[in-house]
Design a binder for this molecule. Sequence first.
Ligand code: DOR
Length: 435
Amino acid sequence: MSVLVHGARVLGGEPTDLLLRSGTIAEVGALAGTPAAEGATVLDARGLVALPGLVDLHTHLREPGREDAETVESGTRAAARGGYTAVFAMANTFPVADTAGVVEQVKRLGDEAGWAEVRPVGAVTVGLAGEQLAELGAMADSAAAVRVFSDDGHCVSDAVLMRRALEYVKAFDGVIAQHAQEPRLTEGAQMNEGTVSAVLGLRGWPSVAEEAVIARDVLLADHVGSRLHVCHVSTRGSVEIIRWAKQRGVQVTAEVTPHHLLLTDELVRGYDPVYKVNPPLRTQADVEALREGLADGTIDVVATDHAPHPVEAKDCEWSAAAMGMTGLETALSVVQHAVVDTGLLTWADVAQRMSAVPARIGRLAGHGTPLAAGEPANLVLLDPAARTVVDPEAMATSGRNSPFRGMELPGRVEATFLRGEPTVLDARLVERGPN
Ligand code: DOR
């Protein structure tokens, strides 16, 4: 199939045409009506912004073991709807993705589903138990070619294990993605520690529990000369520590979630568990520092931490509810709302932070590449002028736990292409068939 995307604004720039053929961007320029475009299906993309297909460094696909929450098929279908062409699938499945066998299974399920490229994340420690290193080398050498390792959901809190993991992955250019949470400081914690937790009488989760681990880990990464990635940064202090580490030349990268860019712990006052998440929603001062950190490059990427849960795990009292929020289908809209429409980021910046840089951190080839002739045809077309009221019931994810339910957000994904084939395509874009 050959497709002419007509009149799209690449990275928000001037309108142009892109010809997609045999999985590749064959040509870019004024192509409509030229012999090059002959026979192509024409998509009317005037008014739409074209970005490279998004890459999510932090997705929970739940399979194997928690197919009641999500499957690789439903999760990657949600990813495509959100404009993603690749996702890194977190290791906290059942069984845990701590062996070559499990990561290969996850990759195979992703290939079979065909909605997005699935790159499994390997666990750092056996069973995420934080006691013994998993077989990192075997996962790296496997058909899944794992490069990102994380115990996400749990912190690798043992400094010696963390040091060994950082040393080990250097051999194959891997990276340790740390869930920074000092366990003793967060025992029984239910929400951010602050004014709201004091009023509600809920056990608080202090910022220092995140910041202390990040401070330790940037020093460890510096000491062993290895790559550290910090998952879901949520506090102002964390941004300051990472900024300091980068100035020192530490090989550290960091991510922020869409929900931490927009929501605060004030929402917990209604005790709706849809707002229960790890790390917790923080304060407005933290939100502002995260936005600034993303704008100045201290925080490298936006990653969703898409964490679907079955209805019964969320439809219960606050203290019993599971932690996590869905995010794949709303990420781009939340980013547009929080940092593009507010003037902090351009669409070119978004392409860096949601596609090129996450692909580079995860050593993922073929994604996050420029929308230029000869590059793989992985791209998303979005209508920045559209506005949508978020409806979890209409989503592809099995999770109904979207904290954005009922909010009107800007931007709508109109089409996603994976290796030149549409995984999402609004029929209204198809101007005419082969001409
Ligand atoms: O809220 C969260 N949910 N944070 C995590 O780190 C793990 C995730 C999950 O797996 O549900």
